[in-house]
Design a protein around this ligand. Structure first.
Ligand code: FE
Ligand code: MN
Length: 305
């Protein structure tokens, strides 16, 4: 089965910010046909008129270029605000409302899947980080996710995703937490699935050098994994490098692992972030080269089967 490769629009943030700008690049420069939209390109709480215009172009323009928008992910801007776990309850409520706006925008743009990380509790004054969220915080988070699944269904979505992050103040950062969360969300009107990220499960400072890998996540959670983020990284931070950078992720081995894990049919999105000051052309060159590297690795994997 060919690898279902796509690109998260993280590389377009602050640069190619409209479908008219990014769709031709994705198709002609990167030679890809599948993208994951980023809410770093549209804030779903912008004025209704602006949103309806942007949803309309997101619905029409990528299709004209032969591109499918598989899903929409939260990105970094909103993630920065602690979202559904901010210590001030009103901010949590706003984050939940923000997600509903995101669902409505996605549906209006013809996108049926939305995901991302959920939120972070605040840090302790002494910097101590517990191994898990307090139970009351977790229970409230589950209630919000249940309401969000209802809202997603009403908006016309099919699937919601949670992206596990390598952070003790978020949830889930362990396989057991992910399993518990999915069990606690059973029976929602549309499913919550997982979108693991190659730079998250491999973060050695949190998981230890012996347990920093994706294989355990895939083995334990494969049926609940709906999409995957791939990136180059050194396992020391969540780097989000492209594949022109040296790092520890071997693309051919990564695709082989996905195939072995029964995940060969899941979409894999390259998610690279760049410093804002890096020259636009150098970003394009690096992204195009990275996609070539990933495609070559993917065809190797296809031949090996
Ligand atoms: Fe990611
Ligand atoms: Mn990440």
């Amino acid at each position: 089965m060919p690898v279902q490769l796509g690109v998260n629009l993280s590389f377009c943030v602050k640069r190619w910010v409209t479908p008219e700008l990014w769709a031709p690049l994705v198709r002609d420069r990167l030679k890809l046909e599948r993208v994951q939209f980023s809410f770093d390109l549209v804030d779903p709480t912008w004025p209704e008129l602006v949103l309806s215009q942007m949803a309309e172009s997101l619905r029409a323009v990528p299709e004209r270029h032969g591109i499918t928008v598989h899903s929409a992910f939260i990105g970094l801007a909103h993630y920065t605000f602690n979202q559904l776990l901010h210590p001030v309850p009103g901010v949590r409520d706003h984050a939940e409302a923000w997600m509903r706006h995101a669902y409505r925008f996605a549906a209006a743009a013809g996108i049926t899947r939305v995901g991302g990380p959920l939120g972070a509790i605040a840090s302790a004054p002494d910097g101590y980080e517990a191994e898990a969220l307090p139970e009351a915080e977790y229970a409230e988070l589950i209630s919000r996710m249940r309401r969000l699944a209802q809202a997603g269904a009403e908006a016309g979505l099919e699937t919601l995703y949670v992206e596990p992050t390598p952070m003790r103040r978020e949830w889930p950062w362990t396989i057991a937490q992910a399993q518990r969360m999915l069990a606690d969300l059973a029976g929602t009107p549309i499913p919550w699935q997982l979108c693991p990220d190659w730079g998250h499960g491999t973060f050695a400072p949190l998981y230890g050098p012996d347990h920093a890998g994706m294989a355990d996540w895939f083995a334990a959670l494969a049926p609940d994994i709906g999409a995957i983020h791939i990136q180059q990284t050194d396992y020391l931070y969540d780097r989000h490098w492209d594949f022109t950078e040296p790092g520890r992720v071997d693309p051919a081995a990564a695709f082989a692992l996905l195939a072995r894990s029964g995940l060969g049919d899941r979409p894999v999105f390259l998610e690279a972030f760049y410093p804002f000051e890096r020259a636009d052309r150098s970003v394009l060159d690096a992204m195009a080269r990275s996609v070539e590297i990933l495609k070559a690795a993917a065809s190797q994997e296809t031949c090996a089967e």
